[in-house]
Ligand binder design. Structure first.
Ligand SMILES: C[S@@+](CC[C@H](N)C(=O)[O-])C[C@H]1O[C@@H](n2cnc3c(N)ncnc32)[C@H](O)[C@@H]1O
Length: 149
């Protein structure tokens, strides 16, 4: 077992899960603030140079898990590890956000999809090294193609 503690909390416009855009083509463009606890401020040194960050956080308001489920972006069931469901054995969320600016321990970002008050476990700079042509989008690409027909 592992024990984690939050390094901060996300401030977002979303008070409940229904408010977060979902389904095929949903765009995550909402702005929010990642409020990092003062004791971790030194860890933000040099973060301003990165355009995008990986935010690792906890689905603190989901219960239990489902190994097979039907996501809002498809009408077919998929395995939890082939999807981004909040109902996972380890309820860890991961979101890539655009860093707009830093104001001390407050990181203003765009692209939040987590609820207001969500605990943040970690931040890392986003460094994509996978060429676009090598990426495969699995069932999501098939679901997108079906909706275009
Ligand atoms: C599909 S998940 C994807 C989250 C993240 N981008 C990921 O891939 O891990 C996003 C959904 O999780 C739910 N959610 C967001 N914050 C949550 C929280 N703190 N606790 C439980 N569910 C949450 C909302 O319903 C939101 O639409």
């Amino acid at each position: 077992m592992f024990t984690f503690r939050p390094i901060g909390y996300a401030r977002t416009p979303y008070k409940n899960t229904q408010q977060v855009p979902k389904g095929l083509g949903a765009k995550q463009e909402a702005e929010g603030v990642l409020e990092i606890l003062p004791e971790f401020e030194a860890g933000l040194t040099d973060i301003e140079g990165f355009s995008h960050l990986i935010v690792i956080w906890v689905f603190d308001r989901s219960e239990g898990f489902e190994l097979i489920g039907t996501p809002p972006s498809d009408n077919r069931p998929h395995g939890v590890f082939a999807a981004r469901s909040p109902r996972r054995p380890n309820p860890i969320g991961l979101t890539v956000v655009e860093l707009l600016r830093r104001d001390g321990t407050r990181l203003h970002v765009r692209g939040v999809d987590m609820l207001d008050g969500t605990p943040i476990l970690d931040l890392k700079p986003y460094l994509s090294s996978i060429p676009f042509e090598k990426l495969r989008r699995g069932w999501l690409a098939e679901a997108e193609a079906r909706t275009r027909k």
